[in-house]
Structures are given as structure tokens and as C-alpha cells.
Ligand binder design. Structure first.
Ligand code: YH5
Length: 261
């Protein structure tokens, strides 16, 4: 899954993909690099960021969605708002990537009533504005798993079938470095929830905390993290560097699918 930010304060991209035009160019580049999914986001969710209005989010993402609908790959919309979900679906999005796991008003119903749409349910402690202030868990793996199980149950009860669900432990969302490492080490323990696992580690602070590299120089860390996540059971990795990640994962797949001679 390739990341396409349409946010002015997107530090990962230095704001370079703020304009719809530039976001569309970037989306096309990621498609050329072999992305299987594109994730379009109009609201920054980095630590400390505040939410934007529905109108602002729609102004950012809808032109991009309209321009890339018709490419052969599924389009995901990174949003927590029901109204943005509805418009994005009308503009061709078939995956809802919700860091708030369908807890906002009307979001469960919106996804439930669009049968062809899948949804990624992500774990977060707190909200982007305060989540890194003082993350606390007694047993992070158990607590994140319990939350995701509850959201799966709630989604199914609302009429969203299990085949439409994806789960994500939410690396960096209300977690210390130690919390993130424990989640990565035990990512395989989420497989028994019975839905595909998505992992987003690309360029995140936890990687820089290990190597000391700044956000625009974390490509090797990001590739290592994506490979580890896949080895630990992730079926989808959300990444900025599609070409490089695909090349690394090609080695994993070659090993995994090789046949003895
Ligand atoms: C995710 O994990 N993450 S946006 C901080 C960075 C670099 C990147 C300090 N949306 C996820 O990518 N959706 C985001 O450097 C996501 N899973 C899902 N499902 C944060 C991000 C980032 C934050």
C-alpha cells in the first residue's frame, strides 16, 4: 500500500504533495512502481496534529480520488469522518482506512451500507493531538488485541462481514518505542483474529529513535521494518517507498515460494 499525502503540513513529504496536482503525480509514480493499493489521506495524523474540517479534507482528497479512479488498483481513503467516507466511496474508493476504527458517529453504518467496501480498523491510544504524551499499557499485545477483537465484533454486528475487515495495531499511535517493538515482535499473535493484518511502520519516529536518522532518511529502516512485519504475518504494508519495498519483499517471496529441485 503506497502512501499519498494531500496535506500541507506533511513533514514526511515536506509538503511537496499538498496540491492535488502534485498528489496525483505522486500517485501515478507509486502505481508505476508497483503499488497494489494507494492510500489517500487529507488529514495529517502525525503526533501533535489537529483535525481539519470536513470541507477542507474533501477539498484535498476528492480531486485526487477522481483523477486516479480508473487505475487498476484499489484506492483506500485515510479518514475517520463518515461524510468524507461517503464522498470518497462515490469517487471510487473501495477501502476505508480509519485510524479511529469506526468509532466516530455514523461511520459503522456508512461502511455497512456499502457492501463492496473494505475497512481497516486501527488501534490508537488517545488522539493524534495527545497520543505520544504518556502512553501506558500493562500488557500492550493483550490490550491491542482485545481492542481489535471488540472492533471486529462491533463491525460484524453492524452488518460488515468478516471478509471486508482488515486490522492494524497502529504503530506509533499512542505507543513508546518499547511498545512498538513489542507489538512488532508479537505481530503474529494477531493472525488468529481471522482477518488480514496491515502494518504501517514506514519512516516513523520509532525507526529514527533506533538509528538516529531524520524522517527523510529512513528508507533502509523502513524496508527492514516492512520485511519484519511481513515475516511476522502482515498481509499489507503501508509504505512511502514502494519500489524499494517491493524489491526487498521479492526476496522474501522467492524464498517462501521456492520449490526443491
Ligand atoms: C498506520 O500505521 N499511519 S499516518 C510519523 C512519521 C512518519 C509517518 C515521524 N496512517 C498509519 O505514516 N493508517 C498513518 O514520522 C495509517 N496504519 C494505518 N492503517 C502516520 C505516518 C507517519 C507518522
Amino acid at each position: 500500500m503506497g502512501v499519498v499525502n494531500v496535506t500541507p503540513d506533511s513533514f514526511s513529504d515536506g509538503g511537496h504533495y499538498y496540491s492535488a496536482e502534485q498528489a496525483i503525480e505522486h500517485a501515478k509514480k507509486l502505481i508505476d512502481e508497483g503499488a497494489d493499493i494507494l492510500d489517500i489521506g487529507g488529514e495529517s495524523t502525525r503526533p501533535g496534529s489537529v483535525s481539519v474540517s470536513i470541507e477542507e479534507e474533501l477539498d484535498r482528497v476528492i480531486p485526487v480520488l477522481q483523477a486516479i479512479t480508473g487505475s487498476d488498483i484499489p484506492i483506500s481513503i485515510d479518514t475517520s469522518k463518515a461524510e468524507v467516507m461517503r464522498h470518497a466511496i462515490e469517487s471510487g474508493a473501495t477501502i476505508i482506512n480509519d485510524i479511529n476504527a469506526l468509532q466516530a458517529p455514523d461511520t459503522l453504518q456508512t461502511v455497512a451500507s456499502n457492501n463492496h467496501v473494505s475497512v481497516c480498523l486501527m488501534h490508537m491510544q488517545g488522539s493524534p493531538i495527545n497520543m505520544q504524551a504518556n502512553p501506558k499499557y500493562i500488557d500492550i499485545v493483550t490490550e491491542v488485541k482485545k481492542f481489535l477483537q471488540e472492533r471486529i465484533n462491533t463491525a460484524k454486528a453492524a452488518g460488515i462481514s468478516q471478509e471486508r475487515l482488515i486490522i492494524d495495531p497502529g504503530f506509533g499511535f499512542g505507543k513508546t518505542l518499547q511498545h512498538n517493538l513489542e507489538l512488532l515482535q508479537h505481530l503474529d499473535s494477531f493472525t488468529d483474529l481471522g482477518v488480514p493484518i496491515l502494518a504501517g511502520l514506514s519512516r516513523k519516529s520509532m525507526l529514527g529513535a533506533i538509528t538516529g536518522n531524520d524522517v527523510n532518511n529512513r528508507i533502509h529502516e523502513s524496508i527492514a521494518a516492512a520485511l519484519l512485519a511481513v515475516i511476522k504475518g502482515a498481509r499489507i504494508v503501508r509504505v512511502h517507498d514502494v519500489k524499494e519495498t517491493r524489491e526487498a519483499l521479492a526476496i522474501y517471496h522467492a524464498m517462501h515460494h521456492h520449490t526443491e529441485v
